[in-house]
Ligand binder design. Structure first.
Ligand SMILES: [Fe+2]
Ligand SMILES: [Fe+2]
Length: 186
């Protein structure tokens, strides 16, 4: 079949998009499972979500985004700055205990953030186009990424204040999100 090889190449080019998008879905499912029982957060499942999300961010910031920038003649991808601010906000939310409010804010931020990466013409499309010739090498590098070590949750109120400020820098209002998204009871 003459079209077969071309199709395979397209599949390879699509792999980075698929790799990261599937990881978004995996993490979303983990968070859903961890919070399936109202008023209870499953510690083991939430730990998997937390470490998985931090590893996901690390793979984007240490492998995917730099590869795209290199392929772009070392010019930063404009969207990367915005996404890195989101990553900072998400990371700061991984530091604090997962209260119902915090979980709501995480869901809100992830929804917006993942869309900027996944939508047509979004970050993953941009990265994939730029790095089309090195997909396999990048996937291999991504496969070697290690877990990010985590500390126990920081229960101090300043940790939540830091998270709120980091969210604000990324354009998110913690209190606003909590009040707007008040759809669940504990
Ligand atoms: Fe991201
Ligand atoms: Fe992502």
């Amino acid at each position: 079949m003459p079209g077969f090889i071309i199709h395979t190449k397209r599949e390879l080019n699509k792999s980075l998009y698929t790799f990261f998008t599937e990881d978004h879905h995996r993490l979303e499912a983990l968070l859903d499972k961890a919070t399936a029982t109202p008023g209870f957060v499953d510690p083991e499942l939430y730990h998997q979500f937390r470490t998985g999300l931090l590893k996901h961010i690390k793979m984007e910031e240490k492998v995917l985004f730099p590869a795209a920038q290199r392929a772009n003649g070392n010019q930063p991808i404009p969207l990367a700055a915005r996404l890195k601010l989101d990553h900072g906000a998400i990371t700061s939310l991984m530091v604090v205990p997962p209260t119902e409010e915090v979980i709501k804010v995480i869901r809100h931020v992830l929804e917006k953030h993942d869309l900027l990466e996944e939508e047509p013409g979004g970050m993953y499309d941009i990265c994939e186009k730029l790095t089309a010739g090195e997909t396999e090498a990048l996937l291999e590098e991504l496969g070697k990424a290690t877990e990010v070590p985590v500390h126990p949750f920081n229960e101090a109120s300043y940790a939540l204040e830091v998270a709120k400020r980091t969210l604000a820098r990324a354009g998110f209002d913690y209190a606003d999100i909590v009040s707007q998204d008040q759809t669940q009871n504990s």
